[in-house]
Design a binder for this molecule. Structure first.
Ligand SMILES: *Cc1c(COP(=O)(O)O)cnc(C)c1O
Length: 429
């Protein structure tokens, strides 16, 4: 009998298979060849029949040439930093795709000359926040802070309340970022209390600006005092406010969360915020405020190093001009609706033999802000073992584990994805 190894199809033959060829066009030669060699190897070892080399190759291929994969966020944390924070709106995704090729990002199509980069995204930002005289966009919130500190306070002092010297997440400490720019920090007040006089006595000839940082991931309760922006404006120094989350206007569900419009109206000279938190857009750092200050930032040499990509500009403009974002929709949903969806999902899983029940739960906004707000939500409860299975499944789901159970919180899942969630559970059962 012929050695089965001789029947293992050669690489060229496998690559010529129409489905494999289509996948090569999508994923590139290198990825496909690796999958073909692995399948051939398994056939030579007798692990699979030689006829299975093509289907095994296809089955082993990743969904895209990037290893960043979609993950369903069933944690109940709306803006999960490990999951890429805000999911983009369809309008923003479409804009990203359009911008991916060669574009007019820095070209005026009427004159044929170089145009101002990002002008349309800036215009959209100013249309959304008419209070701001000017705006600039950089890579993220941290970059915006670094640019402001460098351009306005390098070799000088930033006056900051002691209770606002905060760590935002995984070792990112705002004071360390600020001093890394060559600015010095000048503390005002104590950990829990600061008064306008504390700021006054911290001011001096070396003051670059007064900074107010929203403590976005914790709250101080009890015997506390802070100075509102409306009082800080009386000081003889520019007031820069890092609001963190990127709300442009007050949000009824998040009364404690600062927003750009109110902060500017209260007298801030510059507001700094992230694009991918409550604004619901791409990663970006937004700088809004006085024309004089924004122009200084934009002209600073460091601005070039913090410049955003055309993809960011496209997604940001579409986020601002387009329909309401997934983040805004998730913030608006009510618990009754979430419970109905959870019941439906649990019923379908029970019908397929998966032990599932429903419970009320509390979701949170997440690293993006509003640490004190519990969003009433609903969760499907599964045995704990599902958490790991779902995370490692072909369509990964990140669940929340609570007291030896796996919770699928629906707060951060859009209703269009309920069926994907059901399929993901059934696939790992
Ligand atoms: C999130 C946050 C930052 C950092 O913004 P990134 O966009 O993550 O760089 C800075 N300051 C505050 C108050 C924040 O909440």
């Amino acid at each position: 009998m012929a050695d089965p190894r001789r029947r293992v199809p050669g690489t060229d033959r496998v690559l010529a298979d129409p489905e494999v060829a289509a996948a090569t066009a999508r994923l590139g030669h290198r990825l496909i060849k690796h999958a073909v060699h692995m399948a051939q190897e398994r056939a030579r070892n007798g692990e699979i029949e030689p006829e299975r080399v093509v289907p095994e190759t296809l089955a082993a291929l990743p969904g895209s040439a990037s290893s960043i994969r979609p993950v369903l966020n069933a944690t109940g944390v709306l803006l999960h930093t490990n999951l890429g924070r805000a999911p983009l709106s369809d309008a923003a995704i479409h804009a990203l795709q359009q911008a991916a090729g060669t574009t007019n990002v820095e070209l005026d199509l009427h004159t044929g000359r170089r145009g101002p980069r990002g002008a349309a995204a800036i215009a959209a930002l100013l249309a959304a926040v008419p209070r701001a005289e000017a705006a600039h966009v950089v890579n993220n919130g941290a970059a915006a802070l670094a640019l402001a500190a460098t351009a306005l306070a390098q070799g000088r002092e930033i006056v900051l309340a002691r209770g606002e010297m905060v760590e935002i997440g995984d070792g990112f400490r705002i004071p360390e970022l600020l001093t890394a720019t060559g600015a010095r920090l000048r503390e005002a007040g104590t950990t829990n209390r600061v008064r306008l006089d504390d700021y006054r006595s911290a001011l001096g000839p070396d003051t670059g600006f007064v900074l107010k940082v929203h403590p976005s991931n914790f709250v101080i309760r009890g015997f506390t005092a802070a100075v509102p922006v409306s009082a800080l404006r009386e000081l003889e120094a520019p007031v820069v406010v890092d609001i963190g989350s990127g709300l442009l206007h007050p949000h009824p569900a998040l009364p404690q969360e600062p927003d750009a419009t109110t902060t500017l109206a209260d007298g801030a000279d510059l507001v700094i915020a992230s694009g991918d938190k409550l604004l619901g857009g791409p990663q970006a750092g937004l700088l809004l405020g006085s024309a004089e200050i924004v122009h200084r930032l934009r002209r600073h040499p460091l601005a070039r190093a913090l410049r955003v990509d055309k993809l960011t500009l496209a997604a940001l403009e579409a986020t601002l001009r387009g329909p309401s974002t997934p983040t805004a929709q998730r913030l608006r949903q009510d618990q009754a609706q979430l419970l109905i969806r959870a019941e439906r999902l649990a019923d379908a899983l029970n019908a397929a033999g998966v032990p599932a029940s429903v419970q009320r739960s509390e979701a949170t906004v997440g690293g993006g802000g509003a640490p004190d707000v519990a969003l009433p939500s609903a969760a499907v409860v599964l045995p704990e073992r599902f958490a790991k299975l779902l995370r490692e499944g072909c369509a990964p789901v990140l669940a929340r584990t609570e007291r030896d159970r796996c919770l699928l919180d629906l707060a951060a899942i859009s209703p269009e994805h309920d069926n994907d969630l059901r399929r993901a559970v059934l696939a790992v059962d």
